[in-house]
Design a protein around this ligand. Structure first.
Ligand SMILES: Nc1ncnc2c1ncn2[C@@H]1O[C@H](COP(=O)(O)OP(=O)(O)OP(=O)(O)O)[C@@H](O)[C@H]1O
Length: 528
C-alpha cells in the first residue's frame, strides 16, 4: 500500500515535474520565439538602416560623380571651344594670307594685263601709223599721178583758153551784147513770174469769193436725203423708189400701205418728196462727201458751215458722220490737205477741234476726262462786244495732222461708251457736235479768215406717241423734241431770207453751240 502510495506519489511528482518541465519548455519556447522575433526585427531594422545608408551613400556618390562629370564636360567643352577658336583663328590667318596672296596675284595679273594692253595699244598705234603712212604714200603717189595728168590737162586747157581768148578778143563786143540781152531777158522772166504769182494770189482771192458765191447761189441751206440699205432683220421694208436717179437725183417716192377705195379697188398711195440731192442705198460715204466737200472748203475760206444728220434712231446718222470713212474724218483730212496746199499761196492755218455732247439740254465735253461726264459744267459764252463765241470748260485740241483727228474721234468714242453705261442708248438720245475752228492768215496779202465747221449728229427723232416713253426716257424724248423743234425754228428764220430777222439760237443748247461767227447772228452759214 505504501508502495502504491509511493508509486502514486511518485507518479504525481513525475507528472508535476513533467508539467513544470513542459511549462518551462513552453515558456522557454515562447521566450525563444519572442527573442527570435525581436532579433528578426532588429535584424530588419538594422538591414533597413544599412540599406538607407547605403542608398544615401550611393546617391551622394552618384551626385558627386555627376557633378564631377559635368565639371569635366564643361572643361572639355571649354577646351574644345578654345581649341576650335584657336584652329579657326589659324584657318582665318591662313585664309587671309591666301586672300592677300590672291589679291597680290590679281594686282600682278592686272598690271600685267594693263601692260599687255598698253603694248597692244602701242602695237595698234604703230600699225595704224604704218597704215596711215602707207595710205599717205599711196595718196601721194595718186596725187603725183593726178598732178601729172592735170598738169597735162591744164597745159591743154591753157592752150585752149589762149585760143579762146584770142577768139573772144576778136569778138568781145558781140559777146558782151549777147550777155546784156540774156540778163535783160532773165529780169523780164523774173518780173513776169512775180506778176504771175501776184495774179495767182488775186485769182485765189477771187476764186474764194466766186466759189462761195456759187455755194450761196446753190442755197445757204441745203437739204439732202440719204436712204440706208435695208437690214436683214427688217422683214417689211418701206417701198422706196428714186424716179430721177439717172438724172438729177432729187426725187424720192415712198409707197404707203395699200387701202381699199370707195369703189372697192386696192389703191396704194405714193408720197413724193424732193431734196437738193438724194443718195440711194447703194451710195457710199465717199459719194456723200463729194457733195459736201465744197462746203468744207468754204469753212477754210472763212465761212461758217454746219452739217447736220437728222433722222430716226437707226437711220444711219452716226454711220454717215463718225464711221472711219464718215464725214468727220473725211472733212478734217480734206481741210488738212487743203491747208497744206494753201501754204504755197501764203496761207497759214490754226485749227482747233472740240467735241461736245448735248444730253437733256446740258453740254458734256466728249474730249474731257470720262469721270467728268455729267459733272463738269460746260458752257457756251457769247461776247457780244468782241463778237466771239467760246466753249467754256471744254477741251480744245490743236490739230497738227490727220492723226490728231483720229485721236479726237477715239477719245470721243471712248467717252460715249462710258456715257452709254450710265444711260442705255444714250448716244441715240443725245446730240453730238464736232466743232472745228479754222483761223487763217496770209503773210503775203495780209488777208485773214475765220471759219467754223460744225458736224452734228442729232439725237434720234422718235415721235412721243410712238416712243411710249415714261420717266427718264420721257424727259429725254421731250428734250430731244424741244431741241429739234428749236433747231427747226432757227433754220426757218435763217431760210426766211429776211434781213435782220431774229434767229432764236438761244432757245436750245444745240443751236446755241452752233453760233460761232462774228458778228452775231453769223455770217453766211450753210446747213444740210
Ligand atoms: N449707208 C449705210 N450702209 C451700210 N450700213 C449702214 C448705212 N447706214 C447705216 N448703216 C448701219 O445701220 C445701223 C444703224 O446706223 P447708225 O447707228 O448710224 O444709226 P443712227 O441714226 O446713228 O442711230 P442712233 O440715232 O440710234 O444713233 C448700223 O449698224 C450701221 O452700220
Amino acid at each position: 500500500m505504501e508502495l502504491e502510495m509511493n508509486q502514486q506519489k511518485h507518479t504525481y511528482e513525475v507528472d508535476d515535474a513533467r508539467r513544470r518541465l513542459r511549462n518551462e519548455v513552453e515558456d522557454l519556447e515562447s521566450r525563444h520565439r519572442k527573442e527570435t522575433d525581436r532579433l528578426q526585427r532588429d535584424k530588419d531594422e538594422s538591414e533597413r538602416k544599412t540599406r538607407n545608408e547605403l542608398e544615401a551613400r550611393i546617391d551622394k556618390l552618384l551626385k558627386d560623380h555627376n557633378e564631377e562629370l559635368a565639371e569635366m564636360r564643361k572643361k572639355l567643352d571649354a577646351d574644345t571651344e578654345a581649341e576650335r577658336s584657336r584652329r579657326s583663328q589659324e584657318a582665318q590667318k591662313i585664309e587671309d594670307e591666301y586672300a592677300s596672296k590672291l589679291r597680290m596675284a590679281a594686282l600682278d595679273a592686272d598690271a600685267k594685263q594693263r601692260e599687255a594692253q598698253l603694248t597692244q595699244g602701242e602695237l595698234t598705234n604703230v600699225k595704224s601709223e604704218l597704215d596711215r603712212e602707207r595710205s599717205l604714200k599711196q595718196g601721194l603717189q595718186t596725187q603725183l599721178t593726178e598732178a601729172t595728168t592735170s598738169n597735162l590737162t591744164l597745159d591743154a586747157a591753157n592752150k585752149a583758153m589762149r585760143e579762146k581768148i584770142n577768139f573772144l578778143e576778136s569778138d568781145s563786143q558781140a559777146q558782151s551784147q549777147a550777155f546784156n540781152d540774156l540778163h535783160r531777158r532773165m529780169q523780164d522772166a523774173i518780173e513776169a513770174a512775180e506778176r504771175a504769182h501776184e495774179k495767182l494770189r488775186q485769182e485765189e482771192t477771187l476764186r474764194r469769193k466766186l466759189f462761195n458765191q456759187v455755194q450761196e447761189l446753190k442755197g445757204n441751206i441745203r437739204v439732202m436725203c440719204r436712204v440706208r440699205p435695208t437690214h436683214k432683220a427688217e422683214t417689211e421694208p418701206a417701198q422706196i423708189s428714186f424716179p430721177d436717179n439717172d438724172t438729177d437725183s432729187k426725187e424720192v417716192s415712198i409707197l404707203g400701205p395699200s387701202k381699199q377705195s370707195a369703189t372697192g379697188k386696192d389703191v396704194t398711195a405714193a408720197y413724193s418728196y424732193s431734196f437738193d440731192r438724194i443718195f440711194g442705198p447703194a451710195a457710199q460715204n465717199e459719194e456723200v462727201f463729194e457733195e459736201i466737200s465744197q462746203l468744207v472748203q468754204s469753212a477754210l475760206d472763212g465761212y461758217n458751215v454746219c452739217i447736220f444728220c437728222y433722222g430716226q434712231t437707226g437711220s444711219g446718222k452716226t454711220y454717215t458722220m463718225s464711221s472711219t470713212d464718215g464725214m468727220i474724218p473725211r472733212a478734217t483730212s480734206q481741210i488738212w490737205a487743203e491747208a497744206q496746199r494753201l501754204q504755197e499761196k501764203g496761207w497759214q492755218y490754226k485749227m482747233d477741234g472740240s467735241f461736245i455732247e448735248v444730253y437733256n439740254e446740258t453740254y458734256n465735253d466728249l474730249l474731257g476726262a470720262s469721270e467728268d461726264l455729267d459733272k463738269k459744267k460746260v458752257e457756251v459764252r457769247h461776247d457780244t462786244i468782241k463778237k466771239t463765241t467760246q466753249l467754256e470748260n471744254a477741251v480744245s485740241v490743236l490739230l497738227e495732222g490727220p492723226e490728231s483727228v483720229e485721236k479726237i474721234l477715239d477719245t470721243a468714242s471712248k467717252n460715249r461708251t462710258v456715257a452709254a453705261t450710265k444711260a442705255n442708248m444714250r448716244s441715240s438720245r443725245s446730240h453730238s457736235v464736232f466743232i472745228l475752228k479754222l483761223v487763217g492768215t496770209n503773210s503775203i496779202t495780209g488777208e485773214k479768215s475765220e471759219g467754223t465747221l460744225n458736224l452734228v449728229d442729232l439725237a434720234g427723232s422718235e415721235r412721243l406717241e410712238h416712243s411710249k416713253a415714261e420717266g427718264a426716257r420721257l424727259k429725254e424724248t421731250q428734250n430731244i423734241n424741244k431741241s429739234l423743234s428749236c433747231l427747226g425754228d432757227v433754220i426757218n428764220a435763217l431760210g426766211s431770207g429776211k434781213e435782220n430777222a431774229h434767229v432764236p439760237y438761244r432757245n436750245s443748247k444745240v443751236s446755241l453751240s452752233l453760233v460761232h461767227a462774228p458778228p452775231l447772228p453769223p455770217t453766211p452759214t450753210n446747213f444740210i
